[in-house]
Design a protein around this ligand. Structure first.
Ligand code: SAM
Length: 472
């Protein structure tokens, strides 16, 4: 029985409710009056239910689509402005005891080199990332209690925070490790992590069980209930995602929104982020073997409808996607991207020889960080390395209330400009620096609050003189 407040996976992600929602959307997909009323509700910028969003997702009149895209842009601008936050993944270990059929780290893959970084190797990787300009990492690891126990993850987080290179520092470590216990989530919280990210992969229970035939991850309920345990452990920023291509996208999309509704209903705060990964080619993995691949157009539509349905949630696209797809995704609501990523265990400090590749999947956007940043600036975005929120305690519902009250612009916009200034001073190419300085000059004048504007100008001058602020 569907119950968003239940703590049981099969009740808050109720298969019958998803099917009924999709059937309802099918029934009304040509019902102009119904679509119009959903669009009118969306225009209030307060979000949509999973049913309403499922209707917009299937409505395929080009005019309606244009309206949805325009609204997604408008909402993104209202809550997030034109800032785009950067991060990079750092793979710690690809030892894994699971059997996920889409992932090359699965236990039966005997030819992929297995690697696990030592603390000294992590420090080298972190220095290389800092020397590029990164301030925010997402650590990734396979699930293997013997090789990658929680103590290893905690030690690695400490190493990352303790490693500094020149003016560089990692100021926020997000964590993408397998579902675990409340006790372990408490330990992660105490280690000072940012967001805990866990992709559901698929919300469809029967498919989930087929796609995860062996290992601890095969337990659908345990995996699906992980975010509740994370929140019980005190982590209030959690990141959702499904791996598009595994199941029918409409089913996944509806499940994803129901999961967001569940978190809001039970914990009073929705997901901090939603990621949008698609299955990609990898060692031992041929994405065409998965029947539910989606076109770029469908992918962009999913992102746009998500932006309209969950206006306050950060939305992430990784380098799995090409420059072209990322450009389109940014236009319809993405607020965070990775740049210059390696999906291998090690590879930032020294490139990994091809024959020894430990990569999790192929990366489409392989541009260096400065090039990605330059591209964003030319597209009119403000690249941001800001991590202040989490240090200032603006997480969970405190962050959401800032966002819901449109205060992000007064708060995040100046911080974004300051971190951009730091990047330009420390890492940018001369041309990028020129473009960036111009953008900062223009954007600082747009800060509405006079006091904040003056504060920001003063801070920018101090950064120019060499001061760095680890709190932003
Ligand atoms: N082992 C952890 C877990 O099970 O959640 C960490 C996650 S893994 C390092 C990061 C994510 O990469 C997975 O959740 C999955 O969605 C995604 N992934 C795995 N194989 C992929 C592939 N072939 N193409 C694209 N993404 C993939």
């Amino acid at each position: 029985m569907y119950n968003p407040k239940s703590l049981k996976a099969t009740e808050f992600i109720d298969d019958a409710e998803i099917r009924a929602s999709l059937a309802w959307a099918d029934e009304h997909k040509d019902d102009q009056a119904m679509i119009r009323s959903v669009l009118d509700k969306a225009k209030l910028h307060k979000g949509l239910s999973h049913r309403e969003a499922s209707l917009l997702l299937i409505a395929d009149d080009p005019k309606i689509n244009e309206e949805i895209f325009a609204l997604a842009r408008e909402i993104k601008q209202a809550y997030y402005g034109n800032r785009i936050v950067f991060f990079a993944p750092l793979y710690l270990s690809n030892y894994c005891i699971n059997g996920c059929v889409y992932c090359p780290y699965h236990l039966k893959n005997k030819h992929i080199p297995r690697k696990k970084l030592t603390q000294a190797e992590i420090a080298r990787e972190v220095k290389a990332l800092e020397d590029m300009g990164h301030k925010r990492l997402a650590i990734e690891s396979g699930e293997d209690p013997k090789n990658n126990p929680i103590e290893y993850i905690l030690e690695s987080i400490k190493t990352i925070y303790d490693t500094k290179s020149k003016n560089g520092s990692i100021r926020r470590v997000n964590v993408n490790i397998a579902a675990t216990t409340v006790e372990n989530y408490k330990k992660l919280k105490d280690a000072g992590i940012g967001t805990y990210i866990l992709f559901q992969e698929t919300y469809h229970k029967a498919s989930y069980e087929k796609l995860h035939p062996t290992g601890p991850k095969s337990n659908y309920d345990y995996h699906t209930e992980a975010m509740d345990r994370a929140m019980e452990g005190g982590i209030d920023d959690v990141g959702l995602g499904v791996l598009f291509g595994l199941e029918l996208y409409r089913y996944e999309f509806c499940g994803l929104l129901m999961h967001a509704e569940h978190l809001e209903a039970v914990h009073g705060v929705g997901p901090h982020t939603i990621s949008f990964p698609r299955v990609k080619h990898a060692d031992d993995i041929d994405p065409s073997k998965f029947d539910n691949g989606i076109t770029d157009d469908t992918f962009i539509k999913i992102i746009a409808v998500a932006r309209v349905a969950v206006p306050y949630t950060g939305m992430i696209i990784s380098t799995r996607e090409s420059k072209e797809v990322r450009e389109r995704a940014l236009e319809v609501g993405i607020s965070q991207i990775s740049g210059a990523s390696k999906t291998s265990v090690g590879g930032y400090a020294d490139p990994e020889p091809e024959e020894e590749s430990s990569a999790q999947f192929d990366v489409s956007d392989q541009r260096p960080l400065n090039e990605v940043l330059d591209w964003l600036l030319r597209l009119g975005y403000i690249p941001s390395f800001c991590t202040a929120c989490y240090r200032e305690g603006r997480t969970g519902d405190r962050f959401m209330s800032l966002c819901k009250n449109n205060q992000i612009l007064n708060c995040c916009h100046p911080n974004a400009l300051m971190t951009l200034k730091e990047y330009l001073m420390d890492y940018a190419s001369p041309v990028t620096r020129l473009i960036g300085e111009d953008v900062i000059k223009r954007e600082v004048e747009k800060i509405p609050n006079e006091k904040i504007r003056a504060f920001c100008k003063d801070k920018l001058e101090r950064i120019e003189k060499g001061e760095r602020d680890f709190r932003i």
